[in-house]
Design a protein around this ligand. Structure first.
Ligand SMILES: [Zn+2]
Length: 66
């Protein structure tokens, strides 16, 4: 069985942080990409992207178990 915790997620919408900061951040929770580091748990718990992906994982996990 796949461990979804080890999958890297980079397909979230992002935007430049600006103000001389070379990094980007998630448009939803505004956490920077180095801080997120490709992990869903790096996003805020209320992040729209994280919630959406966690829901997809739940559905996939259920399909695998059935
Ligand atoms: Zn986010």
């Amino acid at each position: 069985m796949m461990n979804f915790e080890e999958i890297y997620y980079y397909d979230y919408e992002n935007e430049p942080i600006g103000g001389g900061n070379p990094y980007k951040r998630c448009v939803h929770c505004k956490i920077s990409t180095p801080q997120i580091n490709g992990r869903l748990s790096g996003h805020a718990e209320w992040c729209e992207y994280r919630i959406k992906m966690e829901e997809e994982i739940r559905l996939k996990t259920r399909a695998t178990n059935d």
